[in-house]
Design a protein around this ligand. Structure first.
Ligand code: MN
Ligand code: ZN
Length: 341
């Protein structure tokens, strides 16, 4: 079978591998049908993702059809359409024992620390598979994974109906967070530097938008929150200075959610946090949120149809990643496909 391997930063190879077979642990064999390209995949390709190790078969938005199951598998049968959880955890460390396997001490993320989904077949444990809703195509279903990341952020933020939420960044992550947040609270401010993205955010339920290139974020947030500041701020931009920006824009007793991977040091003074008694929390990956995302889709509360802007056969991954690098404004979600390779 064919696979996309990042041999080292900026070295993408199409390699030939033996087709995996099921065993007692990895008891479901999935034939991939669609795999999304995420910003973090691009980061691994370019060598800017500190978590990744090489060589690596990347891809963590993994959708396919069950080809066969082992004797000890009880939940799935051949032909089932599934999405695969990217998070694997050890089950016995402290985070795992308190039910937070997404930050397991021995965390292994498919497509990052262990091989992921840019390959024709994967053998995985059945507990890592989730049945897709009939209403969603295999390609659109890759968006369930970014949705789980958004659900995780809102859940870590303990977002409730009365919150005044600020989402910094209206890109892929920010718009996924908006789609989830608007189900919980009605007062949402979205900030970005691109007007077209802010217009899209408005159309998708943002109450207010701020272009941080032309407007003062802190002042505008105050104006849109009766002078208080946001009660919850989520950083969906991950830029070097976004944490400091959000500490300032958030009001007393607020929560500030950090999701970025920047390792650049910044100066943050303690009193910003102490004086307002802010909760500053990280949100990483997702903690078994696939079921929740699929529930929302099945209840008709979340529509992921029409999410895909571009498709490339998996064996043309180089072309796909080169296209991502053009930053063409038409790019929303790109999927790799697996037919007629
Ligand atoms: Mn992703
Ligand atoms: Zn663990």
């Amino acid at each position: 079978m064919k696979a996309v391997q990042i041999a080292a930063p900026n070295q993408l190879k199409i390699i030939d591998l033996e087709k995996p077979s099921i065993d007692e642990k990895n008891n479901v064999l999935v034939k991939l049908t669609a795999a999304g390209i995420c910003g973090s995949d691009v980061g691994i390709y370019h060598g800017t993702n500190a978590a990744a190790t090489y060589p690596r078969i990347i891809g963590h938005e993994m959708v396919g059809r069950v080809e066969s199951v082992g004797e000890n598998a009880t939940k799935f049968k051949a032909g089932d359409r599934v999405i695969i959880n990217q998070v694997t955890s050890c089950g016995h460390c402290y985070p795992c024992r308190i039910g937070r396997g997404n930050v397991c001490d021995n965390l292994a993320v498919r497509g990052v620390h262990i091989d992921g989904g840019y390959r024709e077949y994967m053998a995985v444990p059945e507990e890592d598979c989730y049945l897709l809703p009939d209403s969603l195509s295999d390609e659109d279903a890759v968006m369930i994974e970014p949705t789980t990341i958004a659900i995780q952020a809102c859940s870590r933020a303990q977002l409730v109906q009365d919150d005044m939420l600020l989402i910094l960044g209206a890109g892929a992550l920010g718009s996924s967070i908006l789609k989830i947040a608007r189900q919980i609270c009605g007062h949402i401010i979205v900030a970005d530097i691109v007007d077209a993205k802010l217009e899209a955010a408005k159309a998708n339920g943002a109450s207010y938008t701020i272009n941080v290139l032309t407007e003062n974020l802190e002042e505008k947030v105050k104006e849109y929150t009766d002078g208080h500041g946001s009660t919850v701020s989520i950083d969906a931009s991950g830029t070097k200075d976004s944490l400091l920006t959000l500490l300032k824009a958030t009001g007393n007793a607020g929560r500030v959610m950090v999701m970025g991977f920047s390792t650049a040091p910044i100066e943050v003074n303690q009193f910003l946090i102490t004086s307002k008694e802010l909760d500053v929390r990280g949100s990483r990956l997702q903690n078994k949120m696939f079921g929740k995302a699929i529930e929302l889709i099945e209840a008709g509360k979340l529509d992921l149809n029409g999410s895909i802007s571009h498709r490339f056969p998996m064996t043309h991954a180089q072309e796909a990643f080169d296209f991502v690098d053009t930053h063409d404004p038409s790019i929303r979600k790109i999927v790799l496909t697996f037919e007629n390779l």
